[in-house]
Design a protein around this ligand. Structure first.
Ligand SMILES: [Zn+2]
Length: 457
């Protein structure tokens, strides 16, 4: 007998939608069949009228543990993820103390997460200016990818890398078949722009937006792509905010380079107007751009250039996001975004633009699973895959309020944002972890997901 039957749902795959019953046993997909066939199960959930996704993968999230747990931790971050339909998240190595830049820290962080996480997770490893020797061991240990910054990092203990270090790192990592993701803003341009603005007493939101220019993002991405061409290394451009950056990624893909890229809901559905209106709570880098660029960015989601969409959840507390306490320069740069990745994308893509939910499968399930080598367990309704399931009621209305947020801090640039389409049930390996906007007491259920890289010695 099956443990769980999810019946009558409309299954959303990467290229088709069809009605089916899903049978789950021992946390895996055991059978997927037409809805007429009767299956016996200990428990049954009727998904009639709703869409069913094979779990959402948030490939870019900052959970902040260890070290910065007043912002978020594995309990609060993953419960919010679960409520939003995310069943696997890939956590960033920075905003951690210590940052995840060696295998000892990997083990320590894994232990912390294993006691708290509600959903499954994997880790990005850090690529910083003094850990080239740690890259291969970290890849072998099982990080899903590496993350690096090529811009000034302020007082962060997570250092940025120069282009020489990028080149060396890509050579080291090439045989490991692991991607390196880059926050692209060019060091010199940002440094000069910010220093000049501050010296001239320019402290407005507009000054911040001007300093973090499209040019700086474009040049950094171009440099990274050029080094990928030279070394053959696999690079991933994180959180692309502007179509001109997406276009050089597209050109690189056409050229046959090992280049991929992601974007985030906020670059697709929000503009600099939000930053001007809200100030610090809406500060992130690269910053939100113009309405025209947000509009144009969709073309690159549709054509597969921006193959993944991550939340870039990087929360902070009220003080760090306060306009009264901070200038736009000193305020925390990062958005509270983990819980509304799927609901926002569903509302924007399916309701506002009329795109098929299959686009959401590609950008939130299938592509991230393939790219981060979690496919085989995650990202599809395959028999034997982990039974991660999110049931989405396409008509259910939602609103982002302090009360609806399950994150540790309730400050959000998106407070007051409303939409339609959100999860009713989230299952991780066959276990219900969230239902109708509330998480279940499933802390510790989440497991580390090791990437599978074939052909790596
Ligand atoms: Zn980030």
């Amino acid at each position: 007998m099956l443990d769980l039957l999810i019946k009558n749902g409309r299954l959303v795959e990467k290229d088709r939608i069809y009605e089916a019953n899903i049978g789950i046993k021992d946390g895996k997909f055991e059978v997927i069949t037409n809805p007429e066939r009767m299956l016996e199960a200990a428990e049954t959930v009727d998904a009639r009228g709703n869409y069913v996704f094979p779990g959402i993968i948030d490939c870019h999230a900052h959970i902040n543990e260890p070290g910065f747990t007043w912002r978020e931790d594995f309990e609060t971050g993953t419960r919010a993820a679960a409520v939003g339909g995310t069943t696997t998240l890939i956590d960033m190595p920075l905003n951690n103390e210590p940052p995840l830049t060696d295998t000892d820290t990997f083990e320590r962080k894994q232990e912390l997460a294993s006691k708290k996480a509600v959903v499954d997770y994997s880790f990005w490893g850090g690529l910083v200016n003094d850990n080239l020797k740690d890259l291969e061991p970290l890849a072998q240990k099982g990080v899903a990818a590496f993350k690096a910054f090529v811009c000034p990092m302020g007082e962060s203990v997570f250092t940025s890398v120069n282009m020489g270090q990028v080149q060396e790192a890509l050579k080291i990592l090439k045989p490991q078949q692991v991607i390196s993701g880059f926050h692209c803003e060019e060091y010199g341009i940002i440094q000069e722009n910010v220093a000049r603005a501050k010296a001239e007493g320019k402290n407005s939101v507009r000054d911040f937006l001007n300093a973090h220019s499209v040019l700086s993002e474009y040049i950094a991405a171009k440099n990274i792509i050029d080094i990928s061409r030279e070394t053959g290394g696999r690079v991933h451009i994180c959180h692309v905010s502007h179509p001109s950056v997406a276009q050089i990624v597209k050109d690189a893909i056409h050229e046959g380079l090992n280049v991929t890229a992601e974007t985030c809901p906020h670059y697709l559905g929000f503009t600099e107007d939000l930053v001007i209106e809200k100030g610090a709570p809406a500060k992130c880098t690269p910053p939100l751009r113009t309405k025209e660029s947000a509009e144009k960015l969709w073309d690159y989601v549709l054509d597969g250039t921006l193959s993944c969409i991550g939340s870039d959840h990087s929360p902070a507390d009220e003080k760090e996001k306060s306009n009264e306490i901070n200038t736009i320069w000193t305020a925390w740069g990062g958005l509270n975004a983990i819980q509304f990745l799927l609901p926002m994308m569903f509302d924007m893509a399916v309701h506002k633009r009329g795109y098929s939910p299959t686009l959401l499968n590609r950008t939130l399930c299938y592509n991230p699973a393939k790219l981060f080598k979690l496919y085989g367990r995650k990202g599809a309704f395959g028999i034997g895959f982990d039974a991660d399931v999110v049931i989405v009621d396409p008509d259910r209305e939602w609103e982002i309020t302090k009360e609806s947020l399950m994150t540790k801090n309730k400050v959000s640039a998106f407070e007051g944002v409303k939409g339609r389409g959100c999860p009713t049930h989230t299952f991780v390996r066959g276990k219900l972890v969230a239902e109708n906007g509330m998480y279940k007491d499933m802390f510790g259920h989440g497991e580390y997901i090791y990437p599978v890289r074939e052909g790596v010695e």
